[in-house]
Design a protein. Structure first.
Length: 438
């Protein structure tokens, strides 16, 4: 039986055009003219992909996306819109892609083939935007305001708070959503390169010409992670490229810059400017579109929703059937400081769900530093408690907490974190490997 693609659109002409594209892929179109009928059809199962018009009245398109994500297994939803309104909310609800109308039949056909063949990945992520804390709502409102512009964006937050996920959300809600999303971790670029060659397409006297990531992102979005790691020379060249609207091609000729810049940092760029370590003009240009992402410890009420999101995600991806987390486990999650933020919670949930298989996650499944009683090390007495203490587990908790805080403080830079802890980098890497693999 051919795969079925649900088409949800109240425009008969557009519905017929979409059905024609679906049949050309040897898929069977199932056309629904209203959200209510589509939601009922999704409940019957056997739908492989949902193609929904976001321009349906009363946000009904987003309701279809939510229903598609709630299916077991989840059904990928591709949303179409002419106005861009509701794109952020649709991505947050679980839409795999946002396609602008009028659409290119060739591009849409390729996108549908990619999803029905199982080769697509969700473009917006979604983990960091799960939750309803006021800080998250404020960040999403800001995304709504600037996604449709070409304004450079600066995302600031601790390591693991979801800056790349938000960058993908901005890309997915913008007019550039059909273009590439190129992520560059500037902290991982060798110091001698300083980010110039890789990002801007410049090259040294004895190097072969390279186009650079900027040209690779033309027509789309380039995400510059750890913007504070750029050398002064690279900062000046990036500022010039943004001001002039051009970058260098491999043959040295100027090429119009047609990529949206989204930068991210774990550090306070204002302090770096004051210390003479970051270009003031570049900072002023970037902060015009600044968005702050809060650490997980400041939005603890979102932890249960995040943990459930990761549980469902891992169940679907790894073929597990874990029904949930025990109440004491969820309580422990809410008590933990999460120095690694959402990323730390994601890695832990993945490990726990894979281990549990088909049963509920219980307290004995947690790593040792989460099983023992929470201790406030700044206020704790240095005397041995009357009831005694498990010294090995206490020291393990202290070590893991300090390692996580050092990584958060240094934006994930293992060399600087090792220096803060008085460790060799190889020792720190081995401790991290045991933490997440053991």
């Amino acid at each position: 039986m051919p795969k079925q693609i649900l088409i949800v659109d109240d425009d008969p002409a557009l519905g017929a055009e979409l059905a024609r594209l679906v049949r050309a892929l040897d898929r069977e179109p199932v056309i629904c003219s209203s959200a209510a009928v589509a939601i009922a059809r999704l409940g019957e199962g056997e739908i492989d992909l949902c193609l929904v018009d976001l321009d349906l009245p009363a946000a009904e398109g987003t309701a279809v996306v939510l229903k598609a994500r709630a299916c077991r297994p989840p059904v990928a939803a591709v949303a179409l819109t002419a106005r861009g309104a509701g794109a952020v909310e649709a991505l947050r609800a679980g839409a795999a892609e946002i396609v602008a109308k009028p659409f290119s039949p060739t591009r849409l056909t390729a996108l549908l083939r990619r999803h029905t063949d199982g080769g697509a990945r969700r473009s917006s992520g979604g983990a960091a935007v799960v939750g309803d804390h006021p800080c998250i709502r404020k960040a999403l409102e800001r995304v709504d305001q600037i996604a449709g512009t070409d304004l450079p964006v600066l995302l600031r937050g601790e390591a693991g708070t979801g800056k790349e996920t938000l960058a993908r959300l901005i890309h997915g809600a913008s007019a550039r959503r059909d273009g590439p999303f190129v992520a560059v971790n500037l902290a991982a670029i060798p110091e001698k390169v300083s980010g110039v060659s890789s990002v801007l397409g410049s090259w040294g006297k004895h190097e072969r010409p390279r186009a650079g990531w900027m040209l690779a992102a033309q027509g789309g979005t380039i995400f510059l992670e750890a913007i504070d790691e750029l050398s002064p020379e690279a900062q000046r060249k990036l500022l010039r490229a943004l001001r002039d609207g051009t970058v260098s091609s491999p043959d040295g000729l100027p090429v119009p810059l047609e990529a949206r810049i989204v930068a991210a940092t774990c550090r306070d760029l204002g302090e770096l400017v004051a210390a003479g370590l970051f270009d003031e003009d570049l900072h002023l240009l970037l902060r015009a579109g600044a968005i702050e992402l809060p650490p997980l410890r400041e939005r603890r009420e979102d932890i249960p929703a995040l943990a459930e999101h990761f549980r469902r995600q891992v169940n679907a991806r790894e073929g597990r059937r874990v029904p949930g987390f025990a109440l004491d486990v969820m309580h422990r999650f809410s008590q933990h400081g999460w120095p690694g933020n959402v990323r730390e919670l994601e890695y832990l949930c993945e490990r726990l769900v894979v281990m549990a298989g088909s049963r509920m996650v219980v307290m004995k499944d947690l790593p040792s530093h989460l099983r023992i009683q929470v201790i406030d090390f700044e206020r704790a007495t240095r005397r041995l408690p009357v009831t005694g203490v498990d010294l090995r587990e206490l020291l393990t908790e202290l070590e893991e907490r300090f390692i996580a805080e050092a990584l958060a403080r240094t934006g994930g830079n293992r060399n600087r974190a090792a220096d803060l802890l008085g460790l060799n980098r190889t020792t720190l890497v081995e401790k991290l490997r045991r933490r997440y693999v053991a």
